[in-house]
Design a protein around this ligand. Structure first.
Ligand SMILES: *Cc1c(COP(=O)(O)O)cnc(C)c1O
Length: 395
């Protein structure tokens, strides 16, 4: 490999670009995780982190990838053989379902065309049909990272309430937390699953379960074997700022800084920034004459945009050209979308000029790879960004 000058553009929908403030925060000596200095760090983070989830409830932190937090949510909340209602919105929903099935849970899957989110009415009907209340949990991926479609969690909560069903509500926010408005308490979510490497702007390696009182109560009678993932052990140690095993100390330094950055910017401004960059990206895609995968305007993801390749053109060949020519990584098509879509990540530590560079790389890449398109997508996005203030996007 020869040295590539300048900064690599990491425009996949996670892991995302880690800002310098977070890198500097992580670059400290590791301390004794049983000592007083650590307790102060632990208590500070555990006190502030729930604000990012818009919850008053505790957030459990694991040294893990997001997949671990999927497993933690299920093994704590459920008993062997329990039925879970899941919605196949895309590849991440498929992976969560496969994980649940491997663990021995009885998964009832509601299909979609992978171009729409989870349908509140379909969920309501499935729950209404379940008059015996065999379904113990409804599991939804908020932002389906494989498709760029965001399900409407508040509306799904209302559907569960209309069906008067007691199931727990489990939501994967791995690619939406700190990017797309997410209100755990207002939407009555019982377990929020999250990870460090997307909207939180950290390297991979931390994962989260935010847990409601109802979820903690359910875990006390749930009989699935668990040890490493046990909420009880973590919650007990967290009271004094500690963890039951060695935490990822340096990532926690980074987490403390990323929470500070998000609260300095203000969550509403963070969400408006993501909405605005997503809108500008869709404008560019439309101007190129290409198609966004998401079909419902109410469900466009603000974290990423999945773009369909024209017939006869391979998305991964195009991505390889962009990487080679412009040192930019775009997201690959996952599962049944392999080769058919590429994904533009516009989440995390990101601003107008980074978006401009990203879209320029895509437009130049389309030309270089011989993909039929109209020019002018970047220009259209720049005009729109110049005219639209973040405040306006907020209002
Ligand atoms: C990235 C992602 C995951 C997987 O997280 P890992 O850290 O790779 O285990 C799960 N769900 C969603 C929605 C994601 O975006």
């Amino acid at each position: 490999m020869t040295h590539a000058s300048g900064r690599h553009f990491l425009q996949i929908p996670g892991p995302t670009n880690v800002p310098d403030r977070v890198l500097r925060a992580i670059d400290q000596p590791t301390i004794d995780h049983r000592g007083p200095e650590f307790a102060a760090l632990g208590l500070e983070i555990l006190g502030e982190l729930p604000k990012i989830f818009q919850t008053e409830h505790p957030v459990i932190i694991y040294p893990s990838s997001g997949t671990g937090a999927w497993e933690a949510a299920l093994v704590n909340a459920l008993s062997p053989g329990d039925r879970v209602l899941m919605c196949e919105t895309g590849q991440f929903a498929v992976l969560w379902q496969q994980l649940a099935a491997r663990l021995g849970f009885d998964t009832q899957v509601l299909p979609t065309d992978w171009r729409h989110g989870a349908d509140p009415e379909v969920i309501e009907a499935a729950l209404t049909d379940d008059s015996a209340h065999a379904i113990k949990a409804v599991c939804i991926v908020h932002n389906e990272t494989s498709t760029g479609v965001a399900s409407r969690i508040g509306k799904i909560r209302k559907a569960i309430d209309r069906a008067q069903h007691p199931a727990l509500f489990l939501v994967d926010t791995i690619s939406s937390l700190a990017s797309i408005d997410y209100r755990m308490d207002e939407w009555g979510v019982d377990v929020t699953v999250a990870g460090s490497q997307k909207g939180l702007m950290l390297p991979p390696g931390l994962a989260f379960n935010a847990v409601s009182d109802k979820a903690v109560a359910a875990s006390r009678s749930a009989s699935t074997p668990k040890s490493y993932w046990s909420w009880d052990d973590v919650l007990a140690a967290n009271k004094s700022g500690f963890f039951p095993y060695t935490p990822a100390t340096n990532l926690l330094y980074g987490l403390s800084e990323s929470i500070r950055m998000l609260l300095e910017e203000g969550l509403d401004n963070v969400f408006a920034r993501h909405d605005r960059h997503a809108a500008a990206t869709r404008l560019a895609v439309g101007t190129w004459g290409l198609e966004v995968l998401c079909l419902n305007p109410d469900e466009h993801s603000s974290s990423l945009t999945a773009v369909l390749m024209p017939e006869g053109h391979d998305a991964d060949s195009f991505r390889a050209v962009v990487l080679e020519a412009f040192d930019m990584s775009l997201g690959t098509g996952l599962g049944r979308l392999a080769g058919k879509v590429f994904r533009i990540g516009h989440l995390g530590s990101f601003n107008d000029l980074m978006l401009a560079g990203t879209l320029a790389g895509v437009e130049m890449g389309l030309a270089r790879a011989g993909v039929p398109h109209e020019r002018g997508g970047v220009a259209a996005a720049l005009d729109w960004l110049a005219d639209s203030s973040p405040e306006r996007a907020n209002g």
